[in-house]
Design a protein around this ligand. Structure first.
Ligand code: BEZ
Length: 394
């Protein structure tokens, strides 16, 4: 086993796998460390499906999704498995609601700015074309045809296979980082499998970010959502939803925003996943998380399914959870930056943390590898600078 690398990537989820992939293409000796096992279900990539979508309230996010498309094409060229099942994105609901995901009118404006095609819909059209029912008559919607279900497992497998075959990448699982020390420009990274050294670090530990960042003397201001999903049996054969998101006003502790998928062949076929995009109790640290979904969040989701969806059994067959770290600074969905300046050699420590980024996996690996090797990237990441998000360590 080699002990010395050019870059050590900490975090073996989709972002780490993608970063190693891009580093390997530049023939850089890379070590990818995963604290659990590759493909584990304990972090932000738990579950098998994610949404690829262009609607965002911010034009810079729409632009970034557009920029990710050639990188998706590149990844797709490495596998016969379809990575993006293109079924379209349906955003609908109360046009007055401004939520964690934005607002429908703002998204339309951003899509127009970037020349992204979409159609607008009335409540009656949403019911007629997309199987929803009993929607308030003032609901509106937009349909964007490039949206897709992401086969997250296949994305990871494709990247993993590439890295496993690459002479430039070593992957170690069950290798949590317990200490990082600096000797001049060299980082020494301690794990139960021994110590490894490199002059560059890329930190992508998902919701476990602060556990790693603290080893380098900083942390970010984050909150944690243990998100609940439910899989409903399809009772009307052939019924096919797009990927969708509904904007509604919260009612008490019911955040009242839900999202869902069509049936996909790779994730509990015969069912579709519907989930709540809120949590009743955010967490202060990942350690507070349990693998049991919040029953009230599940019940609010089930009520939505019973009231407004067709062709599904009223009670879910399976449930699951997924832990995500969210930035506490408003409008800072993703954090992509170097470590703060008070950390020695901070420009040699690159990080990505917080937010929903599965749709950016192939592109973010490229951006993080650019930052690690070149100190800059041609992609506009100015909106994701950590700035005030950093806290001194406890
Ligand atoms: C997303 O596409 O980023 C997303 C979709 C549903 C819930 C949360 C985030």
């Amino acid at each position: 086993m080699l002990r010395q690398y050019d870059v050590i990537v900490i975090g073996g989820g989709p972002m780490g796998l993608s970063t190693a992939f891009h580093l390997s293409k530049r023939k850089v000796r890379t070590l990818l460390l995963e604290q659990f096992t590759f493909f584990n279900q304990l972090g932000s990539s738990a579950g098998m499906s994610r949404q690829f979508r262009l609607p965002y309230p911010e034009a810079y996010m729409v632009k970034l999704v557009k920029q990710s498309i050639p990188f998706w094409d590149e990844l797709q060229s490495l596998t016969p498995t379809t990575l993006l099942d293109k079924v379209g994105t349906l955003w609908f609901g109360d046009p007055k609601v401004h939520s964690t995901e934005g607002n429908i009118a703002e998204a339309e404006k951003a899509l127009q700015e970037l020349n992204v095609p979409y159609t607008t819909l009335t409540a009656a059209e949403i019911e007629r074309e997309y199987h929803f029912r009993d929607l308030p008559s003032d609901y509106t919607g937009l349909f964007q045809p490039d949206g897709a279900s992401i086969d997250l497992r296949a994305v990871q497998q494709t990247l993993y296979n590439w890295n496993a075959a690459s002479p430039f990448v070593a992957m170690e699982d069950e290798a949590p980082v317990t200490r990082v020390t600096q000797h001049g420009r060299t980082f020494e990274v301690m794990t139960p499998k021994g110590a490894f050294t490199a002059e560059k670090l890329v930190l992508v530990p998902g919701p476990f970010a602060n556990g790693v960042f603290q080893l380098l003397g900083f942390r970010i201001a984050a909150t944690y959502w243990n998100m609940a999903s439910a899989f409903y049996r399809i009772t009307e054969p052939g019924i096919q939803y797009p990927t969708w998101f509904v904007f509604q006003n919260a009612a008490g502790d019911n955040g009242n925003e839900f999202y869902g998928f069509p049936e996909v062949s790779w994730d509990h076929p015969g069912t579709i996943r519907v989930a709540s995009d809120f949590v009743i109790q955010p967490l202060d640290s990942p350690e507070q998380r349990t693998l049991v979904p919040n029953p009230r969040e599940l019940e609010y989701t089930a009520q939505w399914v019973r009231d407004h969806m067709t062709g599904l059994a009223p009670v879910p067959l399976f449930t699951s959870t997924c832990l995500v770290a969210l930035s506490r600074i408003p409008n800072k969905e993703l954090l992509i930056d170097f470590a703060p300046a008070y950390v020695p050699n901070h420009r040699n420590i690159v990080l990505y943390a917080t937010g929903w980024a599965a749709k950016f996996v192939p592109l973010l690996g490229r951006i993080l590898s650019d930052l690690a090797l070149d100190g800059h990237t041609p992609f506009d990441i100015s909106h994701f600078a950590t700035g005030a998000t950093y806290l001194k360590p406890l």
